[in-house]
Ligand binder design. Structure first.
Ligand SMILES: [Zn+2]
Length: 194
């Protein structure tokens, strides 16, 4: 039986690099993967962009209206595995459709994404994945203090903040960046910014 996998980790934990390495594992065995990501992510448009590594084109950019079960069912090639980057931006119905891909089409689906946003709340897609995935794995990375990094912090023009919309498409006047860190370091940085 195929499974739905959710592999989550904070920013820069190597999620995109893992996705690309799974792609090559299948390719070396002569098997085809199908790579998707939600179109809301503007980091690389139709590419997977890991840090300090090669970029890779996706097969499909997911829009809000897409039915992922119909999309995969209507592919006329044999797909051995489906890989999804930035899975936190999936809609709830997308994740439910992916469970149908796993259960009815017997194709494994591996989703990579963030678990929580910069206010420590679950993303919609990640929440649904936690609720429905067969396998949930944490991709670990460390905070600069040595603790496990479990949180994401947002900087607007270099200033740490815990306010603002969950998803911000880079504005003209604001430079928005993120970092991964532990909960305690995040509290200390946010306090200092007040
Ligand atoms: Zn720390």
């Amino acid at each position: 039986m195929a499974k739905l996998y959710f592999r989550y980790g904070p920013m820069n934990s190597g999620k995109s690099r893992q996705l690309i390495s799974v792609f090559y594992n299948y390719k070396e065995r002569g098997m085809q993967t199908y790579i998707m990501k939600p179109s809301i992510d503007t980091k690389g448009d139709d590419k997977i962009v890991p840090r300090n590594s090669e970029t890779m084109m996706v097969d499909h950019l997911i829009t809000k209206e897409d039915n992922l079960f119909e999309l995969i069912k209507n592919q006329n090639k044999k797909i051995s595995c489906i890989l999804i980057d930035e899975a936190q931006f999936l809609e709830e119905h997308h994740v439910d459709e992916l469970t149908d891909v796993v259960d009815y089409l017997n194709i494994p689906v591996i989703c990579y994404g963030l678990l929580k946003d910069f206010t420590s709340h679950l993303f919609v897609g990640s929440k649904r994945l936690v609720e429905t995935a067969n396998s949930i794995e944490e991709i670990k990375t460390v905070c600069s203090c040595g603790n496990k990094a479990t949180e994401v912090i947002r900087y607007v023009n270099g200033i740490a903040t815990d306010k603002g919309k969950q998803i911000v498409i880079d504005g003209a006047n604001e430079e928005i960046t993120y970092d991964s860190l532990c909960r305690f370091c995040k509290k200390k940085i946010l306090k200092k910014g007040d």
